[in-house]
Structures are given as C-alpha cells and as structure tokens.
Design a protein around this ligand. Structure first.
Ligand code: C2O
Ligand code: CU
Length: 440
C-alpha cells in the first residue's frame, strides 16, 4: 500500500525522501534561544461541538473548539507554540500552512519530525516573516485528522499599522460529519448568523477554505475589494461586485468593504443557508447571488514589482503532469492520482540547490481540481494556459490547477530542507499525489 500522506512513514525518513541529504532537519530549526514574543498551547483533544443548527460533531479539536483557537501574532515576532496530544491512540503534528518556517519547524510527521504520541508534547519556535491570513492543521493522517477538526486560523498583523478596519472577521469554512449527516459551516455556523455593522464601518473578511474541495463564496449587497490571496497582498485591487469567489482547498482570500445602509450577505455556494448577514440592526438580510462571473485573479489588480518573471532565466524547470489512473496497483484494482504517471513514493523528487531560481509547470490532464501546495516557499504565478498575468503579481502557497489548465509558477530556492509538495485534496494525496522538494 502507499504511504498515507504524513502517516505510515517510518519516523525520520520516508521512502521518496533522500536519506542521505546533506542537510539535517535538526540543524534547520527556528531560533533556539530568545524569549518568545508570543506563546500558544494547542491541545489536541476530543470534543463534542454543537453547530448553530443544533447538530453535533464528534470532533478532534485543538483546545476543545472548532475551528481551533485563532493564533494572532505580528510579523517579525518570535513565536513559541506547544502542541500537547491528549487524544487516545492518535499521534498528531501541526503544520503552519503557508508560513515559510525553517524546515525543522514545518510539522510534517515522518519528514521533519516524528508524530507526537498520545501523552506527548512538542514545541515549535520560529520567527514570523509573513503577514496576513494563514491557518494551521495536523499533518499526520491529514485526510482524517483535518477533516475531523484538527485545524484553526492563524492571523498575522503587519508591523506597521494594518489598514484600519472596524471589524476583522475570520471565516473558516469546513464540512463536518455531524449527528445528522454532513454540514458545511462557517466557523460553527451552519445556519445564517446575524451581525451588526453600522453604515460606514470598514469590514475585512478573512475567508479560509479548510475543506479538500474547491469552494465558492459570494458577497452580496455591496462592492468590495479582494485585498489578498493566500495571505499575500494584491497590488492596487479594484472594486468588484457579485463575483463568485472561488477558493482552492487550503486557500484564503481577504475581502474588504464599507458597510452600506442596506444589508450585506456572505454566503457559501455549497451551503446557501449558512453564512453571515451584516446589517445596521443585526436583523436584516439579502438574498445571496450565485450567478456572477468567476473572480479571475490573473487579471485582477495592477502589475507591480516582482523579483523575477516570465522572461527570467531559470536554473531548473520541472514539468509536472497531473492525472488520474485507474488500474491494477499492488494486485488490486484502484484509482491513483498521479504526477508524471507516478505515485508516491515513486513520484518525481524535485532536487534544487540553494540560491537557484526554479520554474514549475503544472498541467492537469485529469478530471479533478488539484490544489498543489509547496511547503516552505511561496511561488509566483508566471502564466495560466500560456498567457502571462495582466494584473497584480500573485504569490501563492497553494496553486489551484483545474482540469485542462496549465499553470507556470516560479520560486527562489531559499529555504533549505526537505519539503512536501502535494495536492491539498488529502484524498488525492493518499492516492499518490505527493512529491518532495529537496536541496542538494
Ligand atoms: Cu496544508 Cu502539506 O499542508
Ligand atoms: Cu488533487
């Protein structure tokens, strides 16, 4: 059988990981000394959690809540996070999705650390380089553990005053297995949640999709701007109305608007009754619209400065074809999600040298969306379907490659270690769509 995403790998090194890599993960830790600016404790534990509809979830949680607590910090701070495992029989780890931390702090069980056994603890220390909207999740048997609730939001304020808003609302969408079937909820709301917002107030919504599938949000009743994608700011974002805001599994969008005199509604296409209604009296609402054009990030905003681009010279180019394959595998008839026709641990290993400029081309020949997530690095989007971007530079940690699409991205190899590069649809990862990036 295949190694399951982040589990079933022997501790330390998994197949497909170069055992003889010259860099040792232990040498690639965050600062060992220094008083942390922030300390957090995340306790993995079971909890029965009630959604707003009354349905209950037998969840695996951080700190007894779903989503886990919002970890709020400031760019540049030294952060110390202690993971305590109080689950029965279930080892866990924690990965800081989208943060380019030192390799030894990346939280990938079987690659950068051993999973934390029941009764055990593990401490992560790193300095936060990024700012914006991120999230954390278990990286041990992710398919099951993230689905059951081992995740939460992470919000990093910039050093300088953030664009002041009157309400900063984190919305983490997830589909739960409840006492009465599956329910998609924003936070714990699987029904309409009412909030008061005075006309003229500025609001920021941090939309996080913690499902494995691509999801669509809509905001009805007001023009808005998308100010950042995957936590990275958009250059001169323009005003939009009624777009279908498509967010990859694991992706994030920050949206800002000024409250009008009339109600505004945040809705989720897959679960139209859930959502948030903002109004002056906390009672009003408006019907959500799902018929708008899709938000096209490749033409949005204005071109801005970027350290490399479509015409730069690249030290290496990796061409990766994503596809599915149904056939005999290990003696059984099974579906596999493949990269260049192979599955983990035989999928390509991306070998790079520190300082190199790397280009990666993804082509999806299959039938399903693949949100491809590279750990430890942000990639700059160069082109989609052969066309260079005409809008703002886009830096992503998770690149959504839909069926038939070709995306070209690039990054600087500036964070030594062994990094996962995988489809964030954890089911696909389990079916083989996992590779690693390693430094020579
Ligand atoms: Cu968000 Cu390898 O994970
Ligand atoms: Cu996939």
């Amino acid at each position: 059988a295949l190694g399951v995403h982040g589990s079933g790998h022997p501790a330390g090194h998994s197949a497909g990981t170069p055992a003889a890599a010259p860099v040792s993960v232990d040498a690639l830790k965050g600062p060992k000394t220094g008083t942390p600016d922030r300390r957090f404790t995340l306790t993995a534990q079971e909890a029965k959690v009630r959604l707003s509809s009354g349905r209950t979830v037998d969840a695996w949680t951080f700190n007894g809540q779903i989503p886990g607590p919002e970890l709020r910090m400031k760019q540049g701070e030294l952060v110390e996070i202690t993971l305590v495992n109080k689950l029965k029989d279930t080892p866990v780890s924690t990965h800081w999705h989208g943060l380019d931390v030192p390799n030894g702090e990346d939280g990938v069980a079987g690659v950068t650390q051993d999973a934390v056994q029941p009764g055990g603890t593990y401490t992560y220390r790193f300095r936060v380089k990024e700012r914006g909207t991120f999230w954390y999740h278990s990286h041990q048997s992710s398919s099951e553990q993230v689905h059951r609730g081992l995740f939460g939001p992470m919000v990093i304020d910039p050093v300088e005053q953030p664009r002041p808003v009157d309400q900063d609302v984190t919305v983490q969408a997830h589909t739960w297995d409840t006492s009465q079937g599956s329910a998609t909820a924003l936070g714990t709301s699987d029904t309409l949640e009412h909030r008061t917002a005075r006309p003229g107030q500025k609001l920021r919504l941090r939309l996080i999709n913690s499902d494995v599938l691509t999801r669509t949000f809509t905001l009805t009743g007001v023009p808005y701007t998308v100010t950042s994608i995957d936590g990275m700011d958009i250059n001169q974002p323009g005003e939009l109305t009624d777009r279908r805001l498509v967010v990859a599994g694991a992706g994030r969008l920050d949206v800002e608007f000024t409250m009008p005199d009339t109600p505004v509604r945040l809705a989720y296409e897959d679960s139209p009754k859930a959502g948030i209604a903002f109004s002056a009296d906390g009672k009003g609402t408006v019907e959500p619209r799902f018929d708008g054009d899709e938000f096209d990030k490749t033409t949005y905003g204005k071109p801005g400065s970027q350290p490399f681009g479509p015409r730069s010279t690249y030290d290496r180019t990796f061409n990766l074809v994503l596809d599915e394959w149904l056939g005999f595998y290990d003696g059984t008839f099974a579906l596999r999600q493949t990269i260049n026709g192979r599955v983990f641990p035989d999928a390509p290993m991306l070998m790079v040298k520190e300082g190199e400029l790397i280009r990666v081309r993804f082509l999806n020949r299959g039938q399903e969306d693949h949100p491809m997530h590279l750990h430890g690095h942000h990639v700059l989007v160069l082109s989609k379907n052969g066309k260079p971007l005409t809008g703002s530079p886009i830096w992503q940690d998770t690149v959504l490659v839909r069926p038939g699409e070709a995306w070209e991205v690039a990054f600087k190899a500036d964070n030594p270690g062994i990094w996962m590069d995988h489809c964030h649809n954890f089911t696909h990862a389990q079916l083989g769509m996992v590779m690693h990036l390693a430094y020579e």
